[in-house]
Design a protein. Structure first.
Length: 109
């Protein structure tokens, strides 16, 4: 008598193993996205540092409330389109803006 080989992967047969495999895949994706976020923020801050130096060189204020308000509204709109909580997006951008302003203020002194 010959044995038949079941072509189904073991994790497909065992729900716990399948869940563990899916969890691993999701976590790997999250790790890649975290890296993208970090590198994207670093690139953003390189540009905001340059803006801060320009503002300091030309005696411009470190904060631009009209632009900040416009950017927050734009990000909230993008968040809604991306199915992301707009309030979270607003809080996140406010945090980033406050950090940028701190950097700009350091350039002023």
């Amino acid at each position: 008598m010959t044995e038949t080989h079941d072509p189904v992967a073991p994790e497909a047969q065992d729900p716990v193993a399948r869940a563990a495999a899916l969890l691993k895949e999701h976590r790997e994706s999250i790790d890649r996205l975290d890296a993208i976020l970090v590198f994207t923020l670093a690139e953003r801050f390189k540009h905001t540092q340059a803006v801060g130096l320009l503002k300091a060189d030309h005696d411009l204020p470190p904060s631009d409330p009209a632009r900040e308000e416009k950017q927050i509204a734009r990000l909230q709109d993008l968040a809604e389109k991306a199915d992301l909580d707009p309030e979270f997006a607003k809080k996140f951008l406010n945090f980033v803006i406050q950090e940028v302003i701190k950097h700009h203020e350091r350039h002023q002194s």
